[in-house]
Design a protein around this ligand. Structure first.
Ligand code: P6P
Length: 337
């Protein structure tokens, strides 16, 4: 028997992201197809970003900074700008998304030709952890999908200033040793791995559940001097206990991915520099909170569930404590909440 006829294909290899979304929705309605197509466009953006990242060191001018500072007051990496454009281009003429809000844009990007039919808004961090790019470490993209609540004729922000419970879908792309896409529609968390030879994201793990406890605690201990005393007490407690490992990559997506699969807790508390925390609610903390909560974990500001927070501004920040339920509860016990 020749090799080809011996080759076996498994059903899983045919579960692409688009197919999985339709399975999740359990219907072939227009809404389900729209959501499937929308996730497919996010996957396309991820493939284009992954390809660019993998060759960035060989493309003149792909690395380094643009010389600009974004609305966050952060230096813009060339890859941030590239990835932001990729997401925008992926949704123009898609008829799916009316407005896009991004870490890299002060105001939402408005696609009027999509709006009469486009019932969704996309919020995203095009490259999370971009300072890792120049040293070839893992980075990610984070996304959240929300319903367009009014047939607005302008790129306003009021529609965005709602709690994380209104997210229709959320997830991230991780550009690591392999490129993965992890998402939820509110019906469990599912992980896909990009098969470059197919150019498809193929289901690699379905219904991912976070362990109730893990050995990892992930926090930038260089900020110790900036924390309030309860947070210092928590870290001192962890330092005094056996069985913990500190892992901190500088890219939120990479740290959360480890914690999703192995358990543990990620913390970015308020600091003197960022009293409300550094991470942005709408396109970092809230999407990840939906995902981790769907996987059986927790996400809190320290005093409020992340998903309950209603932001006052598009780029609002919050403290973030997220991960295994038992580990988050231990942090809260030190914060007195
Ligand atoms: P720090 C990257 O800039 C980011 O937004 C997250 O990806 C990451 O977890 C965090 O900031 C790192 O911040 O202050 O520890 O360098």
């Amino acid at each position: 028997m020749d090799d080809f006829s011996k080759a076996t294909t498994t059903a899983r290899e045919f579960i692409t992201l688009s197919r999985h979304v339709l399975n999740q929705e359990g219907t072939f309605s227009a809404d389900a197809y729209d959501l499937s197509a929308l996730l497919g466009r996010i996957a396309l953006a991820g493939k284009m970003i992954s390809r660019h990242l993998s060759r960035a060191g060989l493309i003149a001018g792909a690395l380094g900074v643009t010389g600009e500072v974004n609305v966050q007051g952060e230096t813009v990496q060339k890859m941030d700008q590239f990835a932001n454009q990729v997401f925008i281009r992926a949704f123009e003429q898609s008829g799916l998304v009316c407005r896009l809000a991004s870490e890299e844009m002060e105001e939402p990007y408005y696609i009027p030709e999509n709006c009469p039919i486009g019932r969704y808004m996309l919020l995203f961090d095009p490259i999370d952890g971009s300072s890792n790019i120049d040293v070839n470490l893992a980075v990610g993209s984070i996304f959240a999908v929300r319903q367009q609540s009014t047939a607005t004729e302008h790129a306003g922000t009021a529609d965005f200033l709602r709690s994380g419970h209104e997210q229709v879908a959320a997830g991230y792309l991780l550009y690591g040793s392999s490129t993965m896409l992890v998402y939820t529609l509110g019906k469990g968390v599912h992980a896909f791995t990009l098969d470059p030879s197919l150019g498809e994201f193929i289901l690699s793990q379905e219904s991912v559940m976070i362990p109730p406890h893990g050995s990892t605690y992930s926090i930038n201990e260089g900020n110790f001097w900036q924390w309030e005393e309860p947070m210092r007490q928590y870290v001192r407690h962890i330092h005094s206990q056996p069985g913990y490992s500190s892992r901190y990559s500088g890219a939120l997506v990479a740290d959360i991915h480890r914690i999703l699969f192995q358990g543990g807790v990620f913390l970015y508390p308020g600091t003197m520099k960022h009293p409300d925390g550094k991470l942005r609610l709408l396109y970092e903390s809230a999407p990840l909170a939906m995902l981790i909560t769907q996987a059986g974990g927790r996400a809190t500001t320290g005093t409020q569930e992340i998903l309950d927070v209603v932001p006052e501004a598009l780029h609002a920040r919050t403290p973030l404590i997220i991960g295994s339920s038992e580990d988050v509860a231990l942090v809260e016990s030190f914060l007195g909440s």
